[in-house]
Design a protein around this ligand. Structure first.
Ligand code: ARG
Length: 581
């Protein structure tokens, strides 16, 4: 059974063809859930755009579509409003039927995409010998949600952690390792990577002999000197195991095999530059080799250059990105490549995409998308920092999230035994942290606020998890097994029951829209509305003390659908539910 949005879309498309002819086949009728029940359950907004094309009045176009529309058994109210909106009210019998079917469907109406594709998602991508900071948190959390959503629709998702493990800074890091007597094989010298990096940098700036050794070390590293490579490997391994611990704690999908670091492309870089030459795109500029992406000009209106090879022969971040993109398309077979990277790299990404296009390496059908995001801000609306002004370490942030959630839980429910509370707090705290990130429109900066993200009311993970917990406790209290009732007929007599039913049918459409827009906040908004509607329903419609057994069973089915929708939705966000809190 197709999702309701799809049924409405198909019926409208048929009506448009009937009314205006086959040349309008496949027009998107712009079916959207209505913001207010006053306007029905759904709206079709196609008439305005179509009227422009047809040079007709939008209301007349809407009228002709409605006259040709066959929505028997689906809608029992069709109204034209305002400039030409078509407001649709679902038929009671359709809703009852659809909810009944949903209850027996383990996948909640979510159907695999008809055209599954191979998608590469580049996310997290922290840098070796530097701690992961809050900027990487956003990439990790958003990217992971995107992988889960695309995966649940049956796309072949390939995760790529484009680890920053190469560059001239490794010369000084390796020299520092030697200076600190690494020969003994001590790993603790680099366990605090951030301070190790700082020490190396300080030494590099203060000690000319050290700086010179560092520069030679870069040459040794690049030419593959064995001892140097082994030391470099150590730095990479220590960092990687540190990142992996954070991924585990965050509950993200990234595994060591998803790491394909910058250095993996080293051997492709000269070939990439040659291929640019072969495509007629390589130019010389002051001794460096550059490419001019079409459409990019600087303030003086001069074409902007992307350097791919420096005068000294060294390659750059952009060269690696070009090589990586080719690998992703040609070897991994991606027809959609998604880069989850902060907004400051927007121009870099746009230029890389343009070069891939003008070289003919990325065909038009291949989607290249920069999933950009804004910064995390402190309460002073400045970039998020510690009180002392340093960058905030992710591990400390996770510890604090769990600890603060623990205090909230202790206040809310003192009956939970101490031992269980810690596990629940970890789940709720980290869930709250992730949810705060995912629920705001990603392109905007957002203000990091512990109290808000941990609040039991509002668009927060605790609020959603609590709605799930409440439903599960109703079942426990009433001794009901909802799965045994999944095939019971449902009754939708109260307005709150009806509203809940309409929302429950929307989950598949919302997931599709996240897969298209790569905007996780749409799923959060939906889940929040669903939970709020559940609370209204719960106040107005007694479940265990319903008027009749049939009504009770029907309400149990609705509750169970809400619980399953919340758990599924949260899981797609990478957040786990708990059974009590
Ligand atoms: N390591 C980079 C950074 O921390 C992010 C890499 C993103 N991915 C890419 N293909 N450029 O800024």
């Amino acid at each position: 059974m197709p999702a309701i949005d799809q049924i409405l879309t198909e019926r409208f498309q048929a009506a448009i063809v009937r009314a205006f002819g086959g040349e309008h086949a496949g027009v998107d009728p712009l079916i959207r859930p209505s913001a207010n029940v006053k306007f029905g359950d759904y709206q079709a907004n196609v008439a305005m755009g179509l009227a422009k094309k047809l040079k007709r009045k939008p209301r007349d176009v809407a009228g002709e579509i409605v006259a040709a529309l066959d929505l028997d058994g689906v809608c029992d109210g069709i109204e034209i409003a305002g400039p030409g909106f078509v407001n649709l009210t679902l038929a009671g019998s359709y809703l009852v039927d659809a909810v009944h079917r949903l209850a027996a469907d383990a996948s909640l109406g979510i159907v695999p995409a008809s055209d599954p594709v191979t998608v590469v998602v580049d996310y997290s991508s922290p840098n070796v010998a530097k701690d992961m900071h809050v900027g990487h948190l956003r990439s990790t959390v958003i990217g992971d949600c995107i992988c889960r959503v695309l995966g649940c629709l049956g796309h072949r998702v390939i995760r790529q952690n484009h680890l920053g493990d190469w560059g001239t800074q490794f010369g000084m890091l390796i020299e520092m390792l030697i200076l600190q007597g690494e020969g003994a094989g001590r790993d603790d010298s680099v366990s605090d990577l951030e301070s190790f990096y700082r020490q190396a940098k300080e030494k590099f700036d203060a000690d000319e002999a050290f700086a010179e050794r560092s520069r030679q070390r870069v040459v040794a590293l690049q030419s593959g000197d064995e001892q140097t490579r082994a030391l470099w490997r150590r730095l990479v391994d220590v960092s990687q195991s540190h990142f992996q611990k954070i991924y585990q704690r965050l509950g993200v999908l990234l595994e060591p095999e998803d790491v394909r670091p910058e250095s993996a492309y080293n051997d492709d870089l000269s070939a990439t530059v040659e291929a640019l030459d072969g495509a007629g795109q390589l130019h010389e500029s002051r001794g460096a080799r550059v490419v001019y992406p079409e459409g990019f000009t600087d303030r003086e209106d001069e074409p902007m250059a992307v350097i791919v090879q420096k005068t000294d022969g060294g390659y750059l971040y952009a060269t690696t990105d070009l090589a990586a993109a080719r690998y992703r398309m040609d070897v991994l077979g991606a027809s959609r490549v998604v880069y989850v990277i902060g907004a400051p790299q927007a121009q870099h990404m746009a230029m890389v995409f343009q070069i891939l296009r003008q070289c003919g390496w990325a065909p038009d059908e291949t989607r290249l998308e920069h999933v950009a995001f804004g910064s995390m801000l402190g309460s002073d609306r400045k970039p998020f920092r510690t009180r002392a002004g340093g960058t905030v370490k992710l591990v400390e942030l996770l510890d604090q999230a769990a600890q603060r959630a623990g205090s909230v839980l202790a206040e809310k429910n003192a009956d939970i035994p101490e031992g269980q509370r810690a596990a629940i707090a970890e789940c709720v705290g980290i869930g709250a942290l992730k949810y705060a990130d995912l629920s705001s429109d990603r392109i905007k900066d957002y203000v990091f606020d512990w109290d808000r993200m941990l609040a039991m009311e509002g668009n927060t993970a605790p609020y959603l998890i609590n709605a799930y917990v409440r439903i599960r406790s109703i079942f426990r209290k009433g001794g009901v097994d909802p799965s045994a009732l999944a095939r019971q007929p449902v009754e939708l007599s109260a307005p709150a029951e009806r509203a809940l039913a309409v929302s429950l049918l929307q989950l598949p459409g919302v997931i599709d829209s996240v897969a298209q827009s790569l905007e996780p906040h749409r799923l959060c908004t939906y889940l929040y509305e669903l939970a709020s509607q559940f609370h209204q329903f719960y106040e107005q419609c007694p479940v265990l003390t319903a008027d009749s057994e049939a009504q009770r069973d029907s309400r149990v089915v609705l509750c169970d659908l809400v619980a399953r929708s919340l758990a599924t939705g949260l899981d797609l966000l990478g957040i786990q539910v708990v059974e009590q809190m």
